[in-house]
Design a protein around this ligand. Structure first.
Ligand code: NDP
Length: 398
């Protein structure tokens, strides 16, 4: 039985806290700390068992260190924003406590995310004898585990990976994002990027698309080529890999709004002068948009997220697809959240559970594909995100 310190009290955090609370044999004590304590208290009030809530500014390393020293957790689970990653890792290093997150660091003033900043902690974490698990959400997270599961059980060599993320849910708003609007819009408006034959290729934002008839009648959306952070770590860690791409579905209404908001400058991340005050347009937009944590009761439909992987088995070419389907309303009934937060929060809890049980272990900084996929895949089935394997392609992406 251990103690977890969860940082951040947004949409994903709500799910993580619910799911950790369901496993008292591992998470004997739960401390939830965030910038706004009332949000921690609101999550705590949804639970059947008591947890402790605390106010903390995760950008203030001494404040974090003091909190970690006082609470003495076995693991710090970071579900604040990517901007906080390095500060929380610094506090973990100083206190000698294991670390887990769901999204890689990005600096607030540049819409750029890459692992270099966090991989740079490798030697320091190793020397301190502690572990950092990076990207234990769904994508990144489960998608990497799906790939290593296929590598372990179905293929001798992986040659191509296509990660496909479909949200066929509907929240009824003309425009809203399913996770933090600022992070979401920064990601979606970035250039597309994929890995091919040892180098990165760039495409204009959302310029490459394919229609996709999603298995099991989930929907018929267009999926768009995007850059996503697990491509970077998969390209580094999967041997023989020739190409890795990431695709995400978007509805026409979402894209139309995004285009207009971009055209009028509302997605800018630099400061502008307004009424004698400096504001960042994207942060202002965030204040106007629905809070993702409030979408739960109104979102209907399903998500489909999977990896279509090709390679060779016994000298023959073979394609294998692993996917999960998640129902927004079922998630809401279980943990009062929509499926995007659910599909992120459940893997974060599972990563923490495996680390705290000593099943996933190591010293240094790890991406998901560097650990044994089997225990994680078993936990997905047990904890609300069951998956299927089919030994065929689901789409021809060329
Ligand atoms: P939210 O914006 O809903 O929640 C973020 C929380 O972090 C808020 O409670 C916020 O506080 C808190 N926070 C922000 N800054 C600080 C700070 N300096 N100190 C303490 N707390 C702080 O985001 P989501 O829940 O939607 O996303 C959480 C994380 O999950 C993000 O990093 C996101 O990128 C990641 N994610 C990963 C996915 C995956 O599959 N891997 C998918 C979706 C999300 P306040 O309430 O005061 O604003």
């Amino acid at each position: 039985m251990g103690k977890v310190l969860i940082i951040g009290a947004g949409g994903v955090s709500g799910v993580v806290v619910h799911k950790c609370a369901q496993h008292p044999e591992v998470f004997g004590e739960i401390v939830l700390a965030s910038r706004t304590k009332s949000k921690c208290d609101a999550i705590a009030a949804q639970l059947k068992r008591p947890i402790k809530t605390v106010q903390v500014d995760a950008d203030n390393v001494p404040e974090l260190v003091a909190l970690i020293k006082k609470e003495k957790p076995d693991l710090v689970l970071n579900v604040a924003l990517p901007y906080q990653d390095l500060h929380i890792m610094d506090a973990c290093l100083e206190t000698g406590v294991n670390y887990l997150d769901t999204a890689n660091y990005e600096p607030e003033d540049t819409a750029k995310f890459e692992y270099s900043w966090q991989w740079a902690y490798q030697e320091r974490f190793k020397k301190a004898g502690i572990m950092a698990l990076l990207g234990s959400g769904f994508d990144p997270g489960v998608t990497s585990v799906f790939c290593t599961y296929i590598q372990k059980h179905y293929l001798d060599e992986i040659h191509t990976i296509d990660i496909i993320d479909v949200n066929a849910g509907d929240h009824g708003y003309p425009f809203a994002t399913n996770f933090n609007p600022e992070i979401n819009i920064r990601e979606v408006t970035a250039k597309g990027r994929y890995w091919e034959k040892g180098e990165w290729k760039e495409t204009a934002p959302l310029s490459v698309k394919h229609p996709f008839k999603v298995p099991e009648n989930i929907g018929n959306p267009n999926i768009y080529l995007m850059y996503h952070e697990e491509l970077e770590s998969l390209a580094k860690h999967i041997p023989h890999l020739k190409r890795a791409r990431f695709w995400m579905s978007f509805g026409d209404s979402y894209l139309k709004h995004l285009e207009v908001l971009g055209n009028v400058g509302m997605t800018r991340i630099d400061e502008v002068e307004f009424n004698g005050q400096k504001i960042v347009p994207l942060q202002f937009l965030r204040a106007l948009l629905p809070d993702p944590a409030s979408l739960g009761p109104r979102t209907k439909g399903k998500t489909w997220i999977g990896c279509q992987v090709t390679g060779i088995k016994n000298g023959e070419k073979k394609t294998v697809t692993v996917y999960n389907i998640c129902d927004h309303q079922e998630c809401y009934r279980e943990v009062q959240s929509q499926a995007i937060s659910y599909t992120t929060g459940v893997p974060a809890m599972i990563g923490a559970k495996l680390m705290m049980s000593g099943i996933w272990k190591g010293q240094g900084v790890f991406n998901m594909e560097q650990q044994d996929p089997d225990p994680f895949m078993d936990e997905l089935n047990r904890c609300g995100l069951p998956w299927k394997v089919i030994e065929q392609a689901v789409i021809d992406l060329g």
